[in-house]
Design a protein around this ligand. Structure first.
Ligand code: ADP
Ligand code: ZN
Length: 430
């Protein structure tokens, strides 16, 4: 289903023409109104009139998270200070927050993109939408809320309350669609199991939109199985309005990035050089329609690649592969580069493994992984445990080239974060 068929299926040459016009306009505006960019353009000797093709975007300076933190609590405003109507900040996973300001049009556009994304993934106005993300400064609450309301759903602004209360709302109001963190979805499935609730029989859920943190295909499948829902991957970041930047269509085969609002590049994270289409690198985004706070070539630090083939759904906007994590998430253990997602893939494809895990780096340079078991009763059977631990250690060693120490712990015994999951604890004395 389409929310805005014309924009979603615009022929690529027209889409690119539109991008160029918007890019030129954005560059002109920030050169005029944002001292930060005026200075950067001057340093690089680039002027708005130099941008005559999309390739010319490469001449423009990058904007980094450090730039935004550096001017906090101010933003890179291209409007008068009294004009923005909304403030959001990043959740600060990787340091001080970044302040992002929205004008009324920016709010309107982000709600439109959100509605477009949700309808693309099959949400309809008959749905009852329970938003289990935090409603404060974090964009996952309000921006998603506005989008779902625009679709015409009954929206339940549950926020991140207790599982008890979430369940009560689901039962009392017949919730059919969830917006939920993937790590919390797994935890919540465990909570339902403990209560003896079978979601397929006892609840009316049919879809879940998960995002805001990296997760693997195996995790998606687990959530689908445990909750009896179709799960769609939702990608966004506060700096680009929050959710609704890229989203999966009903094919669940990559995330369409809304290129009529964002200009997309994939860079080598180390050199900052563009990579050929299809190669994995850092996602760099330029806002094409943002009023209050346009951003030029923002380095997201998120690692992904473009799927070059067109999607059978008919949308022309490029798809991204699942984000494998942030460039900063990469662990270096005994000289080997490891992404936590490699570990998650192995754990979540092992049926005896439960729903939570934590990676602990300790000692000089050792890695231990605490892994919850699937069933509470399983921890009694000592022989099984020893075999499972051996198997997991071997599989992980083959994948990572480092032998981790695997600790199996009872289901539900590892702490669950309030918001995004904290998967790595680094206590190394390096
Ligand atoms: P913070 O950067 O402080 O976590 P945000 O809440 O804006 O603040 O988080 C945005 C980040 O969350 C993205 O840059 C990305 O790293 C991660 N993220 C969001 N959605 C996804 C997703 N679907 N898959 C993987 N990572 C995601
Ligand atoms: Zn598609």
């Amino acid at each position: 289903m389409f929310w805005d068929r014309e924009s979603e299926t615009l022929a690529r040459p027209l889409l690119e023409q539109f991008q160029l016009r918007q890019l030129q306009e954005t560059v002109r505006r920030v050169a005029e109104r944002v001292p930060f960019y005026r200075q950067k353009f001057a340093e690089l000797g680039v002027k708005p009139e130099d941008i005559n093709s999309l390739d010319d975007a490469r001449r423009l300076p990058f904007t980094t998270g450090a730039d935004l933190r550096g001017i906090y609590p101010n933003g890179l405003l291209a409007v008068e200070a009294h004009e923005p109507v909304r403030l959001h900040t990043s959740s600060g996973t990787t340091g001080k927050p970044k302040a992002v300001f929205f004008s009324r049009n920016d709010i309107h556009n982000s709600a439109e993109l959100m509605a477009r994304s949700l309808v693309m993934a099959g949400l309809t106005k008959q749905d009852v939408f329970q938003n289990m993300m935090s409603y404060g400064l974090f964009t996952g609450g309000l921006i998603m809320h506005y989008g779902a309301e625009r679709v015409g759903c009954l929206v339940i602004p549950a926020g991140p309350g207790t599982s008890e209360r979430q369940l009560m709302l689901m039962q009392d109001f017949g919730t059919t669609a969830l917006h939920i963190l993937p790590s919390y979805a797994l935890y919540f499935a465990g909570f339902l199991e403990q209560r003896g609730i079978n979601p397929r029989k006892d609840l009316t859920l049919r879809k879940a939109f998960v995002g805001a943190e990296p997760h693997t295909e195996e995790t998606r499948q687990r959530i689908e199985q445990a909750l009896g829902v179709d799960v769609y991957n939702s990608y966004g970041l506060t700096e680009m309005n929050g959710p609704g930047v890229a989203f999966e269509c009903e094919r669940k085969a990559g995330l369409h990035l809304w290129e009529d609002h964002f200009f997309l590049e994939i860079m080598d994270p180390a050199s900052g050089e563009p990579l050929p289409q299809g190669q994995q690198g850092e996602l760099v985004l330029t806002t094409l329609r943002r009023e209050a706070m346009p951003l030029i070539r923002y380095r997201t630090r998120d690692i992904t690649s473009i799927i070059p083939e067109p999607c059978p759904c008919g949308r022309t906007h490029h798809r991204l592969n699942r984000i494998t994590g942030r460039a900063d998430d990469m662990l270096i253990v005994r000289g080997v580069n490891i992404f936590p997602q490699q570990i998650e893939r192995i754990l979540m494809s092992t049926p005896q493994v439960g729903r939570n895990y934590v990676i602990i780096l300790e000692g000089l340079d050792d890695m231990a992984i605490q892994v919850e078991l699937a069933a509470a009763g399983f921890d009694g059977e000592v022989e099984h445990l020893a075999t499972l631990r051996r198997q997991l250690t071997e599989k992980l060693k083959t994948e990572l080239y480092v032998r981790p120490k695997v600790d199996l712990v009872p289901a539900g015994s590892l702490p669950v974060a309030e918001g995004k999951a904290k998967r790595v604890i680094d206590r190394r004395s390096l």
